[in-house]
Write a protein that binds this ligand. Structure first.
Ligand code: COA
Length: 190
């Protein structure tokens, strides 16, 4: 059984090593592309890593904020992660963006769903956010199915958004409204 906990800035380098290993699967046979990055550039970009770490210390609601949760197995290894972050646009502080991944050896065991549930509980009840948005490569069927199963709806698609390694990829937008009243109603019904 894995535990899910918030990542601290002190653990960031350990997390970055996990993330780079995770990204090394991008575009591989069997996994396919899940990030808009070339097969030959499958590392988390250094400038983004700095902003990622800095965002963990920014107050929720302020520009650039980010929070990360990791699932750890019994030996403390990272089995999966999820992060929520601010939109770049102003006047969108009631919304956030989601990113996530599950380690190649830990998939299809329900961990993706548990991570989404954990992050959305925090977003709704602790951060008082109203919407979670995300963007996903349209070819990433496992991820899209996971999001649909967890209450996200497709909001649109940009055809041929990326040209990566000579292939065109469309980009799907998805959103979920966090509605405490509706949750309470569902709990009564089920
Ligand atoms: C997309 C991703 C996060 C899904 O994580 P996951 O932990 O495998 O997700 P879940 O286990 O909750 O669900 C995945 C599938 O396993 C199935 N599953 C869940 N629990 C299961 C169990 N106990 N036994 C068998 N199958 C199970 C689910 O029904 C689902 O099936 P489906 O894809 O046919 O709908 C993971 O595949 C991943 O990290 N991919 C690469 C990175 C990525 O795509 N990130 C998202 C970028 S936007």
């Amino acid at each position: 059984m894995t535990s899910i906990e918030q990542l601290t800035p002190e653990d960031f380098d350990f997390f970055l090593a996990y993330l780079n290993d995770h990204l090394s699967d991008n575009g591989r046979d069997g996994t396919g592309y899940f990030q808009p990055l070339s097969r030959h550039d499958a590392r988390f970009p250094a400038d983004k890593a700095a902003a990622f770490k800095a965002g963990m210390g920014v107050e929720v609601g302020a520009p650039g904020w980010r929070r990360v949760w990791v699932a750890r197995d019994a030996d403390g290894r990272i089995a999966g992660h999820i992060d929520l972050r601010a939109h770049a646009e102003r006047y969108a502080a009631h919304r956030c963006l989601l990113g996530m991944g599950v380690d190649r050896g830990q998939r299809k065991a329900g961990l993706g769903g548990r991570l989404i549930d954990h992050a959305q509980q925090w977003a709704r009840h602790r951060a008082r956010l109203e919407w979670i948005d995300l963007q996903v490569l349209s070819s990433n069927t496992p991820a899209i199915n996971l999001y649909l199963r967890n209450g996200f709806h497709k909001t649109g698609e940009i055809a041929d958004m990326f040209n990566i390694d000579g292939q065109m990829f469309s980009y799907t937008g998805m959103s979920k409204q966090l509605d405490p009243a509706r949750d309470a109603m569902n709990a009564l019904i089920t």
